[in-house]
Design a protein around this ligand. Sequence first.
Ligand code: ASP
Length: 302
Amino acid sequence: MKPSLIVHGGAWDIPEEAFEACKEGCGRALEAGWCVLSRGGPALDAVEAAIVELEDAPVFDAGTGSHLNLDGRVECDAIVMDGASLRAGAVACVHRIRNPIRLARAVLERAPHMMLVGEGAERFAAEHGIAQCDPKELITEAELAAWLRCRNDKHAAKYHRGHEQGTVGAVAMDREGRLIAGTSTGGTCCKLPGRVGDSPLIGCGCYADAEAGGVSCTGWGEAIMKIVMAKAAADLLRGCAIADEASGMRAAREAVKVLAERGRGTGGLILLDREGGPAFAFNTPHMAYGYVAGDGTFVTGV
Ligand code: ASP
């Protein structure tokens, strides 16, 4: 099969001065993932490589550069899902993991469960050689300044606006037709400690079924959870008799419409259909995205 890859860097009101950094970050993620896929490597490696790039880029809300919670701490969530087995590996509320997607993968491949949280997840990381770091290393100056502005003015909504999202995700299909989706986030700005959003929840922030398609979501987690958006999009893909560009875009738009109308929320998603066709939709002012076009060129946008 022809490999394919799509990534996102969050759906939000991205300020103009961040456009280039977001596009560059998505471009680097495509390079990292495509380097694996174009050599015939597995989709799981490609999704991990792409998301590690996005987690390491401080412009996105995942890994380094994650939003801070109400206590001023980073709490990360991540998931990766295998479209063949329908197994997922997910982690939530981890503080000291530089690349939470690596830990999610370790859960997928080596744990008897599909989701680990907090201390248990970090213990599992230590036991399985996943790099840990000082939680402070994940805090950027920009996020600390934003958190201080919020705190000093009783968390007035104006400080959260335009500073709310930037979750990352990737969906890849390799030459063998293996389909993998993944999502990683620092969650929402000034969230309550212990809050977990849609991102690491199977069917909400991520879903992959080789018979339907793979999806990674971003946006207001509490709304995405209400409509189980990633599974909703996958079900729409399953219902398409033919998988082509138009049907993928229709499914993406329809899922975002349900998010707006039933979930009363904003956000977006990326997907690959069961043939590897990329599509995306969002109802926020912007979403950072990138995909590899049919002729092998990288397309990025916000
Ligand atoms: N969905 C994420 C959350 O609610 C935030 C985002 O996508 O930017 O945790």
